[in-house]
Design a protein around this ligand. Structure first.
Ligand code: NAD
Length: 504
């Protein structure tokens, strides 16, 4: 195997051979596992095997595929505690959070398998008055082989949003997990192989960024990427060379809006969980809070009190774990310092709370809207809280971001109205991140948060192409698509069109 890159992700020290890399426990720095670095030849070989497997998989009926995918869901469910152990070892997240993530992924897997026939199966559609002599049908066919590149922050839930839907739609998948969570990726692929031993319908390629790039250039029929906006741009550029279509699920800077009539306790609880859970390393995590001036002081006071009950640690009682990626602490520190340098105040935590591995909750107020703490993705357990005159101002500031992934609104009377005005792919009303756990809701962003959708009917169609068929069902009433078309036919057509559409 030719080596593209060597080393240990993030932390420097190389424990492994040059064509392998280690995954580390972020809490202790200990090696959790060693994985091969797949080079271009290895990636191409996996894609070639996937192409053969796709022949078999796409030839099955929806019901047969559902049986296989339900069997996989059964294996994951029975071994969920073991999966959560692997997730905790590689990400540092609390065991119960890991288990919740796996439960949500199982929900998506079974929903996709169950609903694929209804969403993608062949349907009759109206053929229209002019083409009444034809029957029209549309169905959504699998693309072939889908490449999935995943991040580390939700190493099960996030890639499964692409993997489950791509498989249910009839594609084979080659999956490159993050270099921080290759053991979780291997666990998923191993259990799939156990449930579906027939053909390599889901395969693993491990490695660093160069392995991901090789997958982009491998000739897969679609590339589903989840990760940072900066890498998303590189993925798109690499895929452009082969005109490989992409789904980009990138970063966010989600806001939570609190109206004057909001249930304040619920809003505080949601802001704290949305901002701090998973140590803030959540693409749809809350990073900014805009609160109506009428309830701002009460909100900040309650948030400050509640935040004091949350602690980052490596012990089982800590609600949040260490930062998964060691370099993220420097980003969080930079954002906190910028906020404070520019006149902001820390009402909870502050620069001293940003350790190398552990970051304690930090809540910042009075931060200028052009501080990087407000404009850039922080990806740490921090929140900025700003006072607004009304919800119009809250919506305007929310929409000023270049990102547009998720959002949350707390309002008793106007929740839906405000939610619909927010330029984001998803919004929760009187709750936070709820949309991610509802499999029938599409998930994805606008702007710098990316494009394309996973989850829901759109998530299934994302991994297909529409196949339209027009079938003559009776002799032609008028020869339209023929050189035998007459002036009389033209006259009838224009008269009909004028009658239907030409009235003033
Ligand atoms: P990242 O961009 O550093 O890496 C993501 C993946 O891309 C990894 O597997 C990595 O190996 C691979 N990669 C790196 N360089 C590549 C290249 N040149 N070509 C192809 N692949 C390459 O992101 P991360 O740090 O793993 O994840 C955190 C980011 O992911 C955050 O910005 C977060 O908001 C985002 N995220 C988004 C969603 C979503 O659904 N929108 C979900 C989870 C995470």
């Amino acid at each position: 195997m030719t080596t593209l890159e060597t080393g240990t992700p993030g932390t420097g020290g190389t424990h492994s051979a040059p064509d392998a890399f280690d995954s580390l426990d972020p809490a202790t720095g200990e090696v959790v596992g060693t994985h091969p670095i797949a080079d271009t030849a290895a990636v191409d070989a996996a894609v070639a095997r996937a192409r053969e497997a796709a022949q078999w998989w796409s030839g099955l009926t929806f019901a047969q595929r559902r049986t296989h995918l339900d069997a996989w869901a059964g294996v994951i469910t029975r071994r969920i505690a073991q999966l959560a152990d692997v997730m905790r070892a590689e990400t540092g997240k609390p065991h119960s959070d890991a288990q919740l993530e796996a439960v949500m992924a199982i929900g998506h897997l079974t929903w996709a398998a169950k609903n694929a026939p209804k969403v993608l199966g062949r349907k009759r559609v109206p053929s229209g008055m002019d083409m009444i002599d034809h029957a029209a049908t549309v169905e959504y066919l699998p693309l072939g082989v889908v490449g999935v590149i995943g991040p580390w922050n939700y190493p099960v839930f996030t890639p499964m949003g692409s993997i489950a839907y791509a498989l249910a739609a009839g594609n084979a998948v080659v999956f490159k997990p993050s270099e921080f969570t290759p053991g979780v990726g291997a666990w998923l692929v191993d259990t799939f192989t156990q449930a579906v031993p027939d053909h390599p319908v889901l395969q693993l390629v491990t490695g660093l960024g160069a392995t991901g790039e090789a997958l982009c250039r491998s000739g897969v029929d679609k590339l589903a990427f989840t990760g940072s906006t900066a890498t998303g741009k590189k993925v798109m550029a690499a895929c452009a060379d082969t005109l490989t279509p992409v789904v980009i699920e990138a970063g966010g800077k989600d806001a939570l809006l609190v109206d004057a009539d909001a249930d304040l306790d619920a809003a505080v609880d949601a802001a704290l969980w949305g901002g701090m859970s998973n140590a803030g390393q959540t693409c749809v995590g809350t990073e900014r809070v805009y609160v109506h001036e009428g309830v701002y002081d009460a909100f900040v006071a309650r948030l400050t009190d509640l935040a004091a009950t949350i602690r980052a640690g490596t012990d089982p009682d800590a609600q949040i774990g260490p930062m998964t990626m060691p370099t993220q602490s420097a980003v969080v520190r930079r954002h906190v310092l910028d906020a404070l340098d520019r006149g902001g105040r820390a009402v909870v935590g502050g620069p001293d709370s940003v350790g190398e591995k552990l970051i304690q909750p930090t809540v910042l107020v009075d931060v200028p809207e052009d501080s990087i703490a407000v404009t850039e993705e922080t990806f740490g357990p921090t929140l900025t809280v700003a006072k607004v005159r009304d919800m119009d101002e809250a919506v305007r500031l929310t929409n000023a971001s270049r990102y547009g992934l998720g959002a949350a609104v707390f309002s008793k009377r106007r929740g839906m109205e405000i939610a619909r005005r927010i330029r984001s792919g998803m919004t929760a009303v009187n709750s936070v991140i709820a949309f991610a756990a509802i499999p029938s809701l599409p998930f994805g962003g606008v702007g710098q948060s990316g494009f394309g959708r996973i989850h829901g009917p759109d998530g299934l169609r994302e991994f297909t192409f529409a196949k339209s068929v027009a079938r003559r069902r009776m002799p032609a009433l008028m020869a339209i698509t023929s050189f035998t078309r007459t002036a009389k036919t033209d006259k009838i057509l224009t008269t009909l069109t004028t009658l239907r559409h030409g009235r003033g």
